[in-house]
Write a protein that binds this ligand. Sequence first.
Ligand code: NAD
Length: 246
Amino acid sequence: MGRLDDKVVVLTAGAQGIGRACAEIFAREGARVIATDVNVEKLKELDSIKGIETRVLDVTNNDDIVKLAKSLDHVDILFNCAGYVHNGTILETDEASWDRSFNINVKSMFRMCKAFLPKMMAQDSSVSIINMSSVASSIKGVPNRSVYSTTKAAVIGLTKSVAADYVDQNVRCNCVCPGTVDTPSLHERINALEDPQKSMKDFLARQKMGRFASADEIANMVLYLASDESKYVTGQCFIIDGGWSL
Ligand code: NAD
């Protein structure tokens, strides 16, 4: 028996990194997984996995989000994973980068929750929304992550407000706050820096356990929040950072 038997999951940013690890673990645990992403080519790699269906979806496109919600009969679990990292202090952040970050990291979740909540609330069973935040948020001040941390703090606020508004209607809403996770975009970001080798050493030096988290380690926490094992848990932030925020 799987931990998500008979559950239908919709998730964003499923093509790589944490979203992909979650799509795979959810499917292994018996769910029907609708994995979405903007990256058409990477998304195709999931098509052959039993239990996963893929849909191209840009989380900044409200019409497409509404269309996807209308196309599904019922949804038990929504995992809002899509996010984008802008590097820089507040003085190095222009308005376009500020707006882009809020659009992809926060407004996306507003759109997804608005489109999917009515369908989820109509069910008798307990349903779960999981939002991707970060310890770089209201939890920890991290240098050079001004707008990123601001958006991830907003995700915590959104999570708590959804949890408070729908706690008596079988809807749970929690967020996950990872530290540094070994994903393709982490390597892309490090390789884009002036001295990638030194930057990799610096990134590792700030890890109290001497390593990054794996995407699978984050996926296991998301799985717990998605499953009925956490059915008395709502409105909480789950830090998984190898002690970085200690
Ligand atoms: P990633 O950056 O490797 O991949 C992100 C995925 O999001 C890609 O497949 C990309 O195509 C997709 N995406 C980007 N813009 C999109 C859009 N507009 N619509 C739909 N999909 C879009 O992923 P990751 O590093 O696993 O990060 C996933 C989430 O976890 C993000 O919200 C990120 O902020 C958060 N997070 C990551 C880390 C880390 O160290 N990697 C730490 C804390 C939080």
